[in-house]
Design a protein around this ligand. Sequence first.
Ligand SMILES: NC(=O)c1ccc[n+]([C@@H]2O[C@H](COP(=O)([O-])OP(=O)(O)OC[C@H]3O[C@@H](n4cnc5c(N)ncnc54)[C@H](O)[C@@H]3O)[C@@H](O)[C@H]2O)c1
Length: 386
Amino acid sequence: MTPNTPIGIIGSGAMGAGIAQVAAVAGHNVVVYDTNEAALDKANKNISATLQRLQEKGKIPSANEVMGRFSFVNNITSLGHCGLVIEAIVENLDVKRSVFNEVELVVSKECILASNTSSLSITSIAAACHNPARVIGLHFFNPAPLMALVEIIPAIQTDRALVPQAKALMTQWGKIPVIAKDTPGFIVNRIARPYYGEAIRIFEEGIAGMGAIDAIMTADNQFRMGPFALMDYIGHDVNYVVTETVFQSFFYDPRYKPSFTQKRLLEAGWLGRKSGRGFYDYSEGTPLPDSTSDMNTAAGVFERILAMLINEAVEALHLGVASVTDIETAMTKGVNYPKGLLQWCDDWGAANCLAVLDGLYEEYHEERYRASTLLRKHAIGNKKFV
Ligand SMILES: NC(=O)c1ccc[n+]([C@@H]2O[C@H](COP(=O)([O-])OP(=O)(O)OC[C@H]3O[C@@H](n4cnc5c(N)ncnc54)[C@H](O)[C@@H]3O)[C@@H](O)[C@H]2O)c1
């Protein structure tokens, strides 16, 4: 694929519009297809306004030139000449499968078909196509123009030659690609789960308040946002749904169990910042609680969440989800962790991390706290991951 390859984008929502902008700025002609005219119109206006701002800041020479590369269409046949089509529609397997089936009938035999799904199986999407070997996952992060990470996910049917091609293209687009096995949540959305789930569990048990947990996790510039503030920022419609999908996809492994606390927020329509209320109240004039003074009452909270995160990273490595380098890159570039979790384990000591997990397992007798066998081996052998 070269900058001359026309790119098709299916779905002009937050992700589709962002990916379309990245491709057009990289020099491609881009066809954006959506069934919803209002969504197309909004994407057109938003991209145009963003490009104007980029021109004013001197980041691109001409917004008009980049805008000239776009067409916005409501007919799927207009994707016929594209060499790569990236799907970014609603997160629903049946709908995605039907769209892949449809688009395959209008594109050339050589066209590569990609999905930006966050949590669905690429293998299952590929299976809807006559030629599943041309299907691959390209998982961008939100907002796509600003977030450097892209997870590349070959399905079990994917032609392996597509992986280096996709990697080269993403690098050409200024992105940082990592390769992930087609398993639930890929790298980031799997390994990051305890940051939310364990924080909620600690809160539910009354060990610490949400404000205190947020303050603990962000103290000394460790994590950029506390788990509760971050869930409110992501939106519970997105964050809870990913947790539930990952939990179901892992055959109900208790490590990924969702919480009633977050489910109730979703049911109440308290989606977080976007609806004015989530864990915190964002209405005008209401200050966010300052809980820094409660931090010291909750010893061990930071270590408990960190140990759970490291355990996920180590288990993903153990099960071949991604390489050491790609796991570290994914967590630092995809969710801005201050350092890679495997490096963090090395610095802290695998034995110290294991002691926290074994202590929790001993206390709760729950599978949720079982340590990865690879972590145990590293602890016993005093070995490093990085
Ligand atoms: N929002 C995120 O943070 C994020 C991050 C990474 C990946 N993703 C994934 O990207 C995809 C899109 O997410 P989003 O947040 O941009 O959604 P969105 O709701 O903002 O946009 C989806 C768009 O798809 C269109 N659409 C729906 N069905 C269609 C169809 N059959 N044919 C053509 N267009 C159709 C809708 O009209 C809408 O404009 C999902 O798979 C999601 O899981 C989202």
